[in-house]
Design a protein around this ligand. Structure first.
Ligand SMILES: [Mn+2]
Length: 311
C-alpha cells in the first residue's frame, strides 16, 4: 500500500493530488494528522506499519520522519534539518537556502507536472502575494481561473480544516482528483462548510464590545476561527487591538490577543505571553499576537492579566 501523509491546508491537499497524478497511483491511502497537531498519532503509525512506501508532503515533522521504518519520500518547503534516516529521501529546496512559496511547487518540479493545483497551493500559503508570481498567473490562466476563483477555491478547500473536519481534509484529495476545478466552485459540502464558517466569523465580530479602543469578543464555536476574528477586528475595523475568547472549542478555551503595530510599541507582548504561560496554559505568539489554549476554568485568570495592558 502507498501511503500519503499531508498537511491539512490547501497546499498539503494540492501537493497530494499532484503526487497521485504524477505517479499515476490507482491504489493509495492518504491521511492527515489531528488538525493543529504537528505529530503522527496512533492512527498514522498503524497505517505506516502496513505501508510499503510512504510520502510525507508539506508536513513539517522531521522528528517523526526520523523514526519511520519504510522507504519514504519527504517533500517539503519549510525550514527543517537534514534527515539522517537512510530510508528517507528528503526533497526540500530550503536545505540549499532556496525559499519556495509552496510545497505544491516543489512536488510539481520534482515530477515535472504543473497545473492549476500547483498555483492553488501557493495561493493557499501566501495569499494574494502569489498572484505576483508569473507562473501562478500562467497556470491559473491555462485553466481559465480568475484570481477571485482561485481565492474562493482556497477558501473552500481550507474550510475542511477550519471546521476541524479531518475526514473532510482527507476526502478533499480524491475530490480534487475527480472534479474539474471550475465545478468545485459549486461543490456543495465545501460551499456549506465555508458558509457556516463565514457566518460564525460574522456572528462573533458583530458581538464585539469595546474598551479604551480595544474590541472584546466572547463566543462559542467548534470552528478554529479565532485568529480570523481578531484580524478582522484590528485590520479591517480599526480597533487598537482585540481580545477574543472562544469559550468552548471542543471542550477547551481559546484566547487570542492581537494588537495593532502602533500598540506593539507600547505593550510588551513577550511579557504578556510569559505571564499567561506562568498560569500553566499553552500560550505562544509574537510581537503583535498572543494565542492561548487552556482549561475553561482559567479564562478569568488569563483575561485579568490581559486587561492590565488595555489602559
Ligand atoms: Mn505549505
Amino acid at each position: 500500500m502507498r501511503l500519503i501523509l499531508h498537511h491539512w491546508d490547501t497546499d498539503g491537499v494540492t501537493s497530494a493530488a499532484i503526487l497521485v497524478k504524477a505517479l499515476g497511483l490507482e491504489d493509495f491511502t492518504n491521511l492527515t494528522a489531528p488538525i493543529g497537531e504537528f505529530r503522527f498519532d496512533e492512527r498514522i503509525w498503524d497505517a505506516i506499519e502496513k505501508a510499503e512506501k510512504l510520502y510525507v508532503l508539506d508536513f513539517n515533522v522531521p522528528n517523526e520522519v526520523e523514526r519511520v521504518k519504510v522507504p519514504t519520500l519527504f517533500i517539503d518547503h519549510h525550514t527543517q534539518p537534514k534527515i539522517e534516516n537512510p530510508l528517507v529521501e528528503q526533497v526540500n529546496p530550503s536545505l540549499e537556502g532556496r525559499h519556495y512559496p509552496s510545497c505544491s511547487l516543489v512536488v510539481s518540479e520534482h515530477f515535472g507536472l504543473f497545473n492549476a493545483w500547483t498555483a492553488l497551493g501557493a495561493v493557499g500559503d501566501i495569499g494574494e502575494r502569489a498572484f505576483e508570481l508569473e507562473w501562478v498567473d500562467r497556470l491559473l490562466k491555462q485553466e481559465r481561473l480568475s484570481r477571485e476563483e482561485a481565492l474562493r477555491l482556497v477558501e473552500l478547500i481550507d474550510s475542511n480544516y477550519i471546521a476541524m473536519d479531518r475526514e473532510g481534509v482527507e476526502e478533499a484529495v480524491r475530490v480534487l482528483l475527480s472534479h474539474p476545478l471550475k465545478k468545485l466552485l459549486e461543490y456543495e459540502p465545501w460551499v456549506k462548510k465555508a458558509e457556516a464558517i463565514r457566518d460564525a466569523i460574522e456572528g462573533a465580530v458583530s458581538n464585539a464590545g469595546e474598551r479604551n479602543g480595544f474590541a472584546i469578543v466572547h463566543f462559542e464555536s467548534p470552528f478554529n476561527i479565532i485568529s480570523k476574528v481578531a484580524r478582522k477586528l484590528v485590520w479591517e475595523m480599526g480597533y487598537k487591538g482585540a481580545v477574543v475568547v472562544n469559550e468552548d472549542f471542543h471542550g477547551k478555551a481559546q484566547i487570542y490577543f492581537r494588537i495593532s503595530g502602533e500598540e506593539a510599541g507600547r505593550i510588551n507582548m513577550a511579557e504578556v505571553i510569559e505571564r499567561v504561560r506562568a498560569l500553566g496554559t499553552n500560550a505562544g505568539g509574537k510581537r503583535e499576537v498572543l494565542g492561548c489554549v487552556c482549561g475553561r476554568d482559567k479564562i478569568e485568570d488569563v483575561l485579568a492579566i490581559i486587561e492590565e495592558y488595555l489602559r
